[in-house]
Design a protein around this ligand. Structure first.
Ligand code: HEC
Ligand code: HEC
Length: 236
């Protein structure tokens, strides 16, 4: 929570600076309060989430047949970043990526940053569900070795590393991890020149030489315990 407030404070200062510098007179705008973001309101987020639930599930557990991922158990900063990337057409620029196109259209229903904050507050308040019907089979021991270079950006326990932009992978279901690794590898995701985070991930997906390697690394990640939203967890 402290982090969230700091981030919002940072955003607000940024907005303030922008507004001030755009004023020719360089005087502080009396309307500046209108630009302030309130901390996300989980209740407002829940109302807004009703639409999203059609694809992402009532508990944000994800629906594999639609290709819509689980949204509980993800980092708040990652949710914010992804919603921004869809809203600004950074993530879904490849028209062959049908899942991303679906989501891009949905993102147009999110009116502003406050709505994003509300959605993030709601999603991060939900319990982390785990897929009982894992459709990815691989060798977790081989996967553990394959995972080593990934730890640089995703953390030793795949808990996520905000500085590197690598999200927690433990809170996500195996089928979606596999799909996204394939998408990064083929360039369906991450190839937009404006997508700096995607550009960092794309070459890493290519290190996984074939489907077996993808299955193995995903099988290993599935053995790690989700840490996001666990109040007892303190990153090192
Ligand atoms: C019509 C179905 C549909 C609806 C409705 C929908 N989404 Fe999605 N969403 C998807 C699909 C499919 C993906 C996966 C995109 C991909 O494969 O790149 C996705 C991806 C996402 C992601 C990225 C997660 C990640 O880890 O990569 C977020 C965040 C998200 N959706 C949030 C929302 C929110 C919030 C709403 C409601 C405003 C919403 N979605 C409504 C289908 C939908
Ligand atoms: C140089 C840093 C870096 C390394 C190393 C790295 N990643 Fe990533 N990864 C990222 C970033 C940044 C993103 C988020 C991309 C975005 O914001 O769209 C990401 C996203 C992902 C996603 C998508 C998650 C989601 O919810 O949509 C998966 C899956 C993934 N990485 C797996 C791996 C695996 C497996 C490895 C090792 C083979 C790896 N990554 C190595 C930086 C890295």
């Amino acid at each position: 929570m402290v982090k969230t407030y700091l981030l919002i404070a940072g955003l607000v200062c940024g907005l303030g600076a922008q507004a001030a510098s755009s004023q020719e007179t360089a005087q502080a705008s009396p309307q500046i309060e209108d630009n302030l973001l309130r901390p996300g309101d989980p209740f407002a987020g829940k109302m807004r989430y009703n639409l999203c639930a059609n694809c992402h599930g009532i508990d944000a557990e994800g629906i594999e047949s639609i290709g819509a991922p689980k949204l509980n158990g993800l980092n708040d900063w990652y949710l914010r970043h992804q919603l921004g990337a869809f809203m600004n057409n950074i993530r879904a620029s490849n028209t062959d990526n049908r899942g991303a196109q679906m989501m891009r259209v949905m993102a147009t229903t999110i009116p502003d940053e406050q709505a994003v904050e509300d959605l993030v507050a709601y999603l991060t308040s939900l319990p982390n569900t785990t897929d009982t019907d894992n459709t990815v089979e691989g060798d977790a021991e081989v996967g553990a070795a394959l995972y080593q270079p990934c730890a640089l950006c995703h953390g030793q326990q795949a808990e996520g590393d905000q500085n590197m932009g690598g999200p927690s992978l433990t809170g996500q279901d195996p089928w979606y991890l596999k799909l996204q690794l394939e998408n990064f590898k083929s360039g369906l995701r991450g190839a937009n020149p404006k997508d700096q985070a995607g550009a960092r991930m794309m070459p890493m997906a290519r290190v996984l030489v074939d489907e077996q390697a993808i299955d193995d690394v995903v099988a290993y990640i599935a053995t790690l315990t989700p840490k996001v939203n666990d109040p007892a967890y303190q990153p090192e």
